[in-house]
Design a protein around this ligand. Structure first.
Ligand SMILES: [Zn+2]
Length: 104
């Protein structure tokens, strides 16, 4: 993903509207691109800050820390999802190989 695309997705990410591969590509990009991460960080602070002013609940003002742990958590989900998928595919492959051996 290029910076231009990543930057255009920041608002959607902040509204939790990104899904699947698009979200994955976005997260991978901002993790490796400091200028896009900074842009996301600023918008995240603004979005959360405004929400915090609206709600009566106490607000955690460590927004940068919040964003960082949010990204880490989401990346963790993606990685876990991938390894489950890989394990399933491996089992299917083993199963098909076994069927082939039995049939031949
Ligand atoms: Zn970038």
């Amino acid at each position: 993903m290029e910076c231009k695309e990543a930057l255009s997705l920041i608002d959607q990410y902040n509204e939790d509207k990104l899904r699947g591969t698009q979200k994955e590509q976005f997260l991978l990009h901002v993790k490796n691109c400091s200028s896009c991460y900074e842009e996301l960080d600023i918008k995240f602070i603004v979005t959360r800050g405004l929400k915090g002013l609206d709600s009566k609940e106490p607000t955690d003002f460590n927004f940068s820390g919040m964003l960082h742990s949010k990204i880490e958590k989401e990346m963790g989900h993606i990685k876990r999802h991938h390894s489950v998928l890989q394990t399933v595919l491996l089992f299917i492959l083993i199963f098909l190989t076994a069927v082939m051996i039995i049939l031949l």
